[in-house]
Write a new protein. Sequence first.
Length: 169
Amino acid sequence: MNYHIAYGTDDYLKDYMEKHQNEEGKFYLLEHSGDAMLIHKTTGDSVFESGHTYEAIEESGSFENAGYAVFNNIPVSIEGRPLFEDRFKERAGLVEKEPGCEGLAILRPLDTETYVIATMWKDERDFEAWRSSSSYEKAHKERDTSNALPQSVFSGKPYLKTYNLIASS
Ligand code: HEM
């Protein structure tokens, strides 16, 4: 499954979503402090003129019942991709059992270096509860150990983006 993502204002992207609602696939409109993001999830090509495309290397659950989505953006070097993806194949698999977790998508970038680990939640409080849980600790337990991924895997600093889901079609 491909995730095409475009950025803009919520009004502009809402119109865009309405105009393209007969296209194959699903649209999700997400917003944070006036910045919006439109996701077109499809097996086909993008209808967007700009933005980025990712392919899901793993996905479970969905955005449908989620109110809150968290995108952990991790820049990874081209040489680091196999190691990085192997790590995720062996991931703890705990997050999807957390209360309020509605889904997860691990997205490989097709036109940038930045992977996206998207988690979908009923609301922000559920995400915050996982962040301070032992399940989060366990999922990241290798990070400061000799088993951690080598620094050369990363090509930049990871950054978090959070959004509220405001519409879908
Ligand atoms: C609030 C910030 C973060 C969120 C929301 C997040 C999200 C996730 C999720 C959902 C998983 C899978 C957990 C599971 O299977 O139960 C995971 C694992 C992982 N995360 Fe994070 N993460 C965060 C911070 C970071 C940071 C800063 C890095 C550093 C690059 C990182 C790198 C990894 C890696 C490599 C794994 C695979 C497990 C392993 O460490 O071997 N994460 N993360």
